[in-house]
Design a protein around this ligand. Structure first.
Ligand code: CP
Ligand code: NVA
Length: 312
């Protein structure tokens, strides 16, 4: 059966560590030579599209990207038929979807048919594993540079408990990093995520007050208040998250050498100010750079595990 990665906890701890080592290897193995990947985008993307396409090329493969209406997942044809058709040509289907259930439906169709194709989540409403992996790679790298003991590092996430913090929480649990999340009531991590984090031996501390969360933090992370697909709620969300902006006042309460993280795209003046995102403490482009390395790691893991036969 093909391996799939819909979220970080689809990897065992051993696989997670291997994925990181594949990603940071100076010489990626050409595991995708003579292979290709279909990349489907129901939503816009800069980092994910470019990092994944260039990662596939670095692995010797060929990406085929399909956007917007052209994808027609579940509209032009069923998810089942589309997944099995793409599996005729590609070793990997990477997909950015509105509804996480679509990814599950794809993996079910592929597994039931015994097709030799892996599904990689390129962001859904629930998870963003490529981002979560790049983020933990960045946290580990920065902690090493600052001589911090990774087991003592504190990451404070401030804002909406969305897809990005879900995958970040699972990555932190895998790496043994402490995560504190500050979100308003009603926008805090779901119980199901907390259980998954605990199954990995981690914890998430959840607080309402962003100032409490960043106290003693080595890293402060934030993301948009309104994720793609939630645009109708934008004005309500602006009000709800008004006190959750990562600005100079908040940053002052963390450690003096705190690093600032954001998955991007940033909504400057909303969840983060120009002065913070443009400051020397900001490592947002290191995160963006590591997106290619995380894609190399995840694709290597997925393709290496596949058999050689063509489907059907
Ligand atoms: N961080 C991220 O996934 O960016 P894009 O939406 O531009 O791909
Ligand atoms: N939470 C954001 C992340 C974008 C990369 C969204 O889903 O829109």
């Amino acid at each position: 059966m093909a391996n799939h990665v819909l979220d970080i906890d689809d990897l065992t701890l051993d696989e997670f560590n291997k994925v990181i080592s594949y990603g940071i290897s100076p010489n990626p193995q050409k595991v995708m030579a003579d292979k290709s990947a279909a990349l489907l985008f129901e939503k816009p993307s800069a980092r994910t599209r470019h990092s994944t396409e260039t990662a596939i090329v670095a692995l010797g493969g060929h990406p085929v990207t399909v956007k917007g209406d052209e994808v027609g997942i579940g509209k032009r044809e069923s998810v089942h038929d589309l997944a099995l058709t793409l599996a005729c040509y590609h070793s990997v289907i990477g997909a950015r979807v509105f509804d996480h259930k679509v990814l599950k439906e794809m993996t079910r169709a592929i597994d039931e048919a015994g097709a030799n194709c892996s599904v990689l989540n390129l962001l859904s409403n629930k998870a963003h594993p490529c981002q979560g992996l790049a983020d933990i790679m960045t946290i580990i790298q920065e902690s090493n540079e600052m001589n911090l003991d990774i087991g003592k590092v504190k990451v404070a996430y401030v804002g909406d408990s969305n897809n990005v913090v879900s995958s970040l929480a699972l990555s932190c649990a895998m790496a043994g990093v402490k995560l504190v999340v500050a979100s308003p009531p009603g926008f805090q991590p779901e119980d199901e995520l907390i259980k998954r984090v605990e199954r990995l031996g981690g914890t998430i501390e959840i607080v309402v007050d962003p100032f409490e969360a960043v106290e003693g933090a080595d890293f402060i992370y934030t993301d948009t208040w309104t994720s793609m697909g939630q645009e109708a709620e934008a004005s309500v969300r602006k009000e709800v998250f008004r006190n959750y902006q990562v600005n100079d006042l908040l940053v002052k309460r963390a450690k003096s050498d705190v690093k600032i993280m954001h998955c991007l795209p940033a909504h400057r003046g909303e969840e983060i100010t120009d002065s913070v995102i443009d400051s020397k403490s900001s490592i947002v482009f290191k995160q963006a750079y590591n997106r290619k390395l995380s894609a190399i790691g995840l694709l290597t893991h997925l393709v290496k595990a596949q058999g050689g036969q063509i489907w059907p």
